[in-house]
Design a protein around this ligand. Structure first.
Ligand code: 9D3
Length: 248
């Protein structure tokens, strides 16, 4: 996948490729990152990309002309759809990540200041995405979040076939609890089921925990999801176990 990033802080966004899965993807040429700095497209000698908002008020607005020129070059070079990172965008979710990961190229637009001239957004941006209902200072970290999420779905990135399998087993649920050595830590033992070799019991334990933790912490996720007969039974077992713990 080729990703072209339009940002006044290319050095910030490029660090996403210095570590972890994105680094592996870059090394294997499964991922290519290209950068387009709107300041390189300024007409003035001060490399200005912002100006005061029409109508008044605090903060500055990113000007359309340098952004338009950078996006046009990025589009021409990469041929990708333009995704704008914005607090006004649709909240990013896993289904969107998987849909975008199937594209061969994307252009990501990361803004700074209070916002971007609306005429630029109307003319050049195909889709606007937010990473959640909280405020960060610009679109660069959201773009990096999207890149890391996308890379996990690119074919040939280490472990992604195995992860895809477990992800579909527990799709729409929170993870089950994980344990590794030592078997006893500060007096607390690893659940007995995980130490035995009964794979069906281990599978049922994990699914029961995933359903139970989701019910406790994110009931909104369960409402969106239809439970199978086995899943309903396992969730009931989790609730019964919880009652037992409360009275003991
Ligand atoms: C008071 C109005 N603010 C909008 C919520 C102004 C404003 C704050 C921060 C405008 C832009 C920004 C910079 N943020 C992003 O560009 C951004 C973002 C975010 O702040 N939260 C979640 N997702 C995203 S994607 C891009």
């Amino acid at each position: 996948m080729r990703i072209d990033i339009v940002s006044i802080f290319p050095m910030l966004v490029r660090t996403v490729g210095d570590f972890g899965v994105a680094r592996i993807a870059l090394e294997r040429s499964i991922l290519e990152l290209n950068f387009w700095d709107p300041r390189d497209y300024c007409e003035d000698n001060y490399r200005r990309v912002d100006d005061r908002p029409y109508g008044g008020g605090p903060g500055m607005v990113m000007q359309a002309p340098p952004l338009a020129a950078a996006i046009r070059d990025a589009r021409q070079a990469g041929q990708g759809r333009v995704i704008g990172l914005s607090p006004q965008g649709r909240p990013l979710d896993q289904a969107t990540v998987e849909r975008l990961a199937a594209e061969s190229a994307l252009v990501l637009l990361a803004g700074r200041y209070e916002g971007i001239d609306q005429r630029l957004l109307d003319a050049e941006v195909d889709e606007e995405l937010s990473i959640g209902d909280y405020v960060v200072a610009g679109g660069e970290l959201p773009a990096m979040v999207l890149i890391e999420a996308l890379v996990r779905f690119l074919p040939g990135v280490l472990g992604n076939e195995e992860s895809a399998k477990t992800d579909s087993f527990s799709a729409g649920l929170l993870d089950w609890p994980h344990y590794t050595r030592p078997e006893k830590f500060e007096g607390k033992k690893v659940p007995q089921t995980l130490l035995g070799g009964n794979h069906n019991e281990i599978r049922r334990w994990r699914l029961r925990q995933a359903l139970g933790q989701t019910w406790l912490r994110r009931p909104d996720l369960l409402e969106k999801r239809q439970l199978s007969e086995e899943e309903s039974l396992l969730l009931d077992e989790f609730k019964e176990q919880l009652k037992g713990q409360e009275t003991s």
